[in-house]
Design a protein around this ligand. Structure first.
Ligand SMILES: [Zn+2]
Ligand SMILES: [Zn+2]
Length: 218
């Protein structure tokens, strides 16, 4: 078997353990996996390095989004290796790459013991891209998930100072019943706006805790 990223041969010795427990096979060689940089949990909301809650998240707590996200975790730094991976996976649609981080992402999701809810894609993008990355990672990791939100097309792409108002209608509930404890799952945490908009709607719809897990912190 070959590494999914560099095509190098994976040096695998089948063991009795693999035969009995059907362990997941490695998908990436040691050289490649060493190029990714894991985030050490810093900020308890967004994983920014440093003690306590970071400046950005502290600022969010002074807005109408106060308390919308209870805690969160981003797993990896958006370094060059991750940029390459993400490009290959998301834009070149190399669907098999969902497996590379699936186990780790699902482990982080399960640790929350909450219902996994993917951040949905814009329907136009979904049609263009033909697959939802977050869903495919969760599926590759064998996790159950439920969609609660739908993303509305018309407000997409507005990223100015008026964002707070213009994105108000970014998400709507899709009618599924809202569990008490939710973990939102996304591929990338950038400003945190999207997650907070989603979390706010879910809290208003009765969710008691909303956590999130994102693969990458940009
Ligand atoms: Zn490799
Ligand atoms: Zn933070």
């Amino acid at each position: 078997m070959n590494c999914y990223l560099c095509e190098g041969v994976l040096d695998l010795k089948p063991s009795w353990r693999d035969l009995f427990f059907m362990d997941r096979e490695e998908t990436v060689c040691l050289n490649c996996s060493a190029t990714f940089e894991k985030l050490i949990q810093g900020c308890k909301i967004c994983s920014a390095s440093g003690p306590g809650i970071c400046e950005e998240c502290t600022h969010w707590e002074t807005t109408e989004f106060r308390g919308t996200i209870d805690y969160g975790q981003c797993l990896y730094v958006y370094n060059d290796a991750m940029k390459d991976y993400f490009h290959q996976f998301k834009f070149l649609q190399d669907v098999v790459l969902a497996e590379v981080f699936a186990e780790e992402l699902v482990k982080a999701v399960r640790k929350t013991k909450a219902a996994a809810v993917p951040i949905p894609m814009n329907p136009v993008k979904l049609r263009e891209r033909t697959f939802a990355q977050v869903d495919s990672i969760l599926e590759a990791g064998g996790a159950d998930y439920v969609h609660l939100l739908q993303k509305n097309e018309e407000v997409q792409g507005e990223k100015n100072k008026g964002e707070r108002i213009s994105t108000r209608g970014l998400f709507t509930l899709n009618g599924n019943s809202v569990p008490k404890n939710i973990v939102l799952v996304d591929d990338m945490y950038t400003t945190g706006t999207t997650l907070r908009l989603a979390a706010k709607i879910l809290k208003e719809a009765g969710a008691e805790t909303v956590a999130f897990v994102a693969l990458i912190r940009a």
